[in-house]
Design a protein around this ligand. Structure first.
Ligand code: ATP
Ligand code: MG
Length: 362
């Protein structure tokens, strides 16, 4: 079986450290350390419009911002195909056929959709756009159009992938075929990374919530955001609480033994620091300073690379154009297979004509 990797991001803002540890770092690892046949990275602008229909300029403006973030973390155009969802014409058509295979109740049982409905206030107002409710189906179209089997994502996407697998099984069963491929997630091994919380303590760092440290934040902004992280109030000699401690979750996601050597030589590694912190005697200011040092070190090269690509916007547009053209070819070929399996490929050969002539000549 081919290994086809696909993943997408909504152009609703610049990418943040949650994207980095949850998905981008895994994509770069897959790109550089594994064998695969294709790696697609899609900018999901059509999905972003499902809850930003009144603000298309925001979506438009963030396409290149996201593309800059991709290149800045090390996604390599020689190895990765970049494309824009709304320009791939087969996708909405595939979505429309998949819509008939999913019940409304099933859609709304999706726990990620449930929490997103709540976060956007759609629940109380009852004003949820139909397009928003059905975006998991369009996501299934994105994945299956490329026959992608490996999807590097954060764990909020697991319910979307489960929905995709259900659609694949239902399609293959209903139309008696087997060309649609079941996908699986590639999650970061480190559990702190699969859903990095926000700087406000909220369960997920998210562009739409505004609790992010962006990959492109300047050093002073990073420092300010780290210092603003709320911690449990306590006297310095009281035992420190590790559970749900954002500072330690971020340390879990980012720090290595080398960082201790450089910035906190009193300890060898994070386990030692945790043990001592839990006993008491280490103030949160010290932990924040350590975390700030680490984030500054990790984000500096990313920010600098980003700046170097800011002078190459025509190259970025060209990459997107070429990648989208390639994606259009692949997705159209899958759409043709889908229509053939459903028996709605009336004009692709003379089978339909002959069959109907035969029916009416007897
Ligand atoms: P929005 O608020 O507009 O939905 P977002 O911050 O959730 O934006 P997406 O574009 O929806 O970002 O997500 C892109 C990818 O990044 C997905 O694979 C998602 O699982 C992953 N991701 C997003 N936020 C986090 C996070 N806080 N921790 C780990 N992975 C994340
Ligand atoms: Mg999201």
């Amino acid at each position: 079986m081919k290994n086809i990797i696909l993943t997408a991001d909504r152009p609703t803002g610049r990418l943040h450290i949650g994207h980095y540890v949850g998905s981008l770092r895994e994509r770069v690892r897959l790109q550089n350390e594994t064998t695969y046949d294709e790696l697609y990275v899609m900018i999901a602008d059509a999905q972003a419009l499902t809850d930003n229909s009144g603000n298309p300029q925001k979506v438009r403006d963030n396409i290149i911002e996201v593309m800059l973030d991709y290149l800045s973390v090390g996604l390599d155009p020689e190895k990765t195909t970049f494309c824009i969802q709304s320009q791939i014409t087969a996708l909405p058509e595939i979505t429309s056929y998949y819509m008939n295979l999913v019940s409304l109740n099933r859609l709304l049982r999706n726990p990620t959709i449930k929490s997103e409905i709540q976060a956007r206030g759609y629940g109380s107002e009852g004003g949820m756009p139909v397009g928003f409710a059905t975006y998991p189906i369009s996501q299934a179209a994105d994945i299956t159009a490329f026959k992608a089997n490996l999807i590097p994502v954060g764990d909020d996407q697991e319910p979307m992938l489960e929905q995709t697998r259900e659609i694949v099984r239902s399609f293959n069963h209903t139309y008696n075929c087997n060309f649609l491929v079941e996908c699986k997630s590639v999650l970061a091994k480190n559990l702190s990374c699969t859903r990095l919380p926000g700087t406000d303590g909220c369960a997920k760092m998210s562009k739409s919530v505004g609790n992010c440290i962006f990959l492109s934040d300047e050093p002073s902004v990073i420092k300010k955001k780290v210092n603003s992280i709320k911690t449990f109030p306590r006297q310095i000699d009281e035992p420190g609480i590790l559970e749900n401690n954002i500072l330690f979750i971020y340390l879990d996601a980012f720090c290595t033994d080398k960082h201790f050597e450089k910035y906190y030589p009193e300890f060898k590694n994070l386990d030692e620091l945790k043990e001592s912190y839990a006993k008491g005697g280490i103030g949160d200011g010290k932990i924040k300073a350590f975390l700030n040092n680490i984030l500054q070190e990790e984000l500096e090269p990313i920010r600098e690379r980003r700046k170097s690509f800011e002078n190459k916007i025509p190259m970025l547009i060209d990459l997107l154009k070429r990648g989208t053209a390639k994606a259009n070819e692949i997705a159209s070929a899958t759409l043709n297979e889908i229509k053939q399996a459903m028996g709605i490929d009336y004009f692709s050969n003379d089978e339909f004509e002959n069959e109907q002539i035969k029916k009416f000549t007897n």
